[in-house]
Design a protein around this ligand. Sequence first.
Ligand code: NAD
Ligand code: USQ
Length: 398
Amino acid sequence: MSHSSQKVRSMRILVLGGDGYLGWPTALHLSQCGHEVAVADNFVRRQYDFELGVESLVPIESLHTRIATWHRLTGKTIQSYIGDLTEADFTYDMIRDFRPEAVVHFAEQRAAPYSMIDRKHAVYTQVNNVAGTLNVLYAIAETDPDIHLVKLGTMGEYGTPNIDIEEGWLEVEHKGRKDRVLYPKRPGSFYHLSKVHDSHNMEFACRIWGLRATDLNQGVVYGQQTPETSLDDRLATRFDYDAVFGTVLNRFVVQAVLGHPLTVYGTGGQTRGIIDIRDTVRCVQLACENPAERGEFRVFNQMTESLSVAQIAETVARSFPDEVVVDNLTNPRVEKEEHYYNVVHSGLVELGLEPHLLSDTLITSLFDVTKRYADRVDLDAMRPRVDWRGALKGETRR
Ligand code: NAD
Ligand code: USQ
């Protein structure tokens, strides 16, 4: 049944990671839908840029200016909390102060290559992500267990199993007995593993304390604009193209415009679930407005279609008016390039999602964004430098 036309009452929604690529457009979208929104962030994403010597292709304003611009344009207020989720006092105080009905949690280190740089980055990623989420679970349990946690997970938690990927849970029959178990996970980086650990901690909190949580196992996101961010340049969200934080389709678009070969890793046979950023914000809205039950650990696969990396490269190349060269680089990651991939992703559609499938129009609009800021591109940042097998070569620092 579609719930999309139902009139929904205004909710208090706290968006953790609200200064990031997806958190900021989501906060705007929820505010535009009439919800009372607050954002939280420690700005560590902006620090990674300083560390790596790169920056978003599209210039982004400070959170302060973004919020002030939104208020000037729409009259709507977004509250902000500046702090780190791994600090329990900050997390508890914020949840007690804002009293949200839903907490949308984007606030994690989200780049697989960043987590594979060396031991230090792997440990940072897992401590930041797992400890931050644990603090959020405790703060919810001790403040108001009715608060619905909507947490961003990732399709990469599942890996590429040789059976269909279900939405989080699997019915199994073993030696004549049946059970419903968490879907077995086999992720491909220490980052993706951090999400698996989070999922287990959330399921435990739902089962033991009766919390309510939705895990949104999202595919690779593409796109840069939503109706809200397009209202004013000062509302723009970031657009990463570097080899650490840039995601595959966004990178290929920038490479096509700059006449750089598309960096397909290996044969490009690896298939991934993908999703348009406009669908990301809508999915989060649907999850908030249709909460999980108390004690329920609900999982949705937040992706709209599956494409291999080679198909993504072909689609970008076909949409670009000039010639595009594809460079099959030695794959710096360890991943299957030939595999089965069939994902169930009906839960969000049943709640009312009407997917934007990948189109030439969308890709062309990304070409336009890239052309506008092409002089900001650092071509050196395009080459992958993080090797999944780095630890074996004594390349990692203690
Ligand atoms: P992002 O790095 O742009 O945003 C994350 C935000 O969280 C940043 O602003 C960062 O400063 C903040 N943050 C990180 N750790 C924090 C902490 N300890 N305390 C407070 N703030 C903290 O990432 P994104 O691309 O917007 O992704 C958001 C979420 O969605 C992540 O959890 C990511 O794993 C998930 N996701 C992203 C994609 C994608 O393609 N971008 C796909 C699937 C899932
Ligand atoms: N790839 C290339 N060339 C490139 C970049 C990537 O061939 O220049 C390939 C990778 O080898 C991989 C695929 O494209 O097979 C996806 O890579 P990616 O960097 O676009 O995405 P990934 O590392 O999986 O991570 C991104 C987000 C992460 C999110 C994840 C969703 O950074 O936050 O969790 O997408 S998913 O992949 O479904 O787990």
